[in-house]
Ligand binder design. Structure first.
Ligand SMILES: [Zn+2]
Ligand SMILES: [Zn+2]
Length: 224
């Protein structure tokens, strides 16, 4: 009788051991799910504050310092980050068209690309600049820019008359070309700075940017 009880107990213990062994895997504590995922979820990177985009103004050769300073002051009224570079840049000889005594505007704008320094480069010259059109391959123009490429050139010489641009026209020309440099195309509003001059002079009919152009430029940091 005693040995029978012992045998039953041994059997019971064996069953219990089996059960414990069998259950031990299931009862192994699991890492809480939240903890598991916390390891794999990356913390969102802190948003870097966008650096203000500077407009760097460059005088070519003998462009008068006083006139550059006056333009710089006008520009600062509508755009807060302007830097007038003190030393003058030489006009690149490779852009010179000797027979017409003028410089290739597109070439000047492209040559300014390394001078943007993450901002916008504006070159100012007293020389005539040209851009080919259907009338002439050396058509004299007031200024030039490639839309959205952050580089522009303006000239203080009126090609037809060889006279200097009046200060107010020069200011409007600067804002027109910078408008292109920041990404604006020509505007259909005949009273907007961004109107297409169509080989003429429309400074007198353009008192400001239109509301659409203002909105666009303000989204780029302008204060219009
Ligand atoms: Zn234009
Ligand atoms: Zn407009």
């Amino acid at each position: 009788m005693k040995s029978r009880i012992i045998r039953i107990m041994v059997c019971l213990m064996a069953v219990m051991t089996l059960c414990l062994t069998a259950c031990s895997h299931d009862t192994k504590p699991q890492q809480p799910k939240a903890q598991q995922t916390a390891k794999t979820v990356k913390q969102p990177a802190k948003k870097a504050q966008p650096q203000p985009m500077y407009i760097y103004m460059y005088r070519y050769d003998n462009f008068p310092v006083a006139q550059a300073q006056a333009l710089c002051s006008e520009l600062e009224k509508v755009y807060p980050h302007v830097h007038l570079v003190s030393s003058a840049l030489p006009l690149p000889a490779k852009e010179y068209y000797k027979q017409g005594n003028r410089y290739r505007a597109r070439g000047l704008v492209e040559d300014l690309f390394p001078y943007r320094h993450g901002g916008v480069a504006l070159g100012m010259t007293t020389q005539i600049v040209y851009n080919p059109n259907e009338i002439s391959p050396y058509w004299g123009i007031f200024g030039f820019s490639l839309v959205g490429h952050h580089s522009a050139v303006i000239s203080s010489m009126v090609p037809k008359t060889h006279k200097r641009q009046p200060p107010e026209d020069m200011r409007k020309l600067m804002l027109h070309e910078l408008g292109h440099a920041f990404g604006l195309y020509h505007c259909n509003d005949p009273h907007c700075f961004m109107v297409d001059f169509e080989h003429g002079n429309k400074f007198s009919q353009t008192p400001s940017f239109c509301n659409d152009c203002k909105r666009f430029l303000n989204s780029k940091g302008w204060k219009l």
